[in-house]
Design a protein around this ligand. Sequence first.
Ligand SMILES: [Zn+2]
Length: 165
Amino acid sequence: MIGRKFGKWIVIREAGRKGRAIAYLCGCECGREYRVSGCNLRAGRSLQCNKCKWKNCKKVNTKCMGLSKTSTYNIWRSLLRKCYEENHRDFHKYGANGITVCKEWFTFMGFYDEMGKRPAAYVLHLMFGRDCFSKENCRWVTLSELHKLIFERNKANTYFETDDT
Ligand SMILES: [Zn+2]
């Protein structure tokens, strides 16, 4: 794997694990270095750093049918920021760890269609070991369910939940 190219990535060295997969420190053409899971590289799911991906995708479509004041909208907006805006306070936990957002969720209505309105007092949970916010990988859970999940997670080192902002 070392020295191989995957899109804009070049594999520099092994760097621990991400969930069950071996992680590699990769350098992007833009000069940034991140840990990427080996299976995402081989499957072609990760081809560049989040910053480049962000630059390359069209402006996020924030059209939201009057829902911009809702907590559902805030959760959606904040998960994009955590994954793609380097100056977000949680970027080191998300974007810098290779967590991405599926392309369907680059529009609020795409997110809303798949996840629906946030039920009161629920938070969005990204399942253990998953590294893309998407319908398959996320669900709404209550805080007590979340605490139970945290308790049961044992030593899984990839766990993320969104803030309830
Ligand atoms: Zn880059």
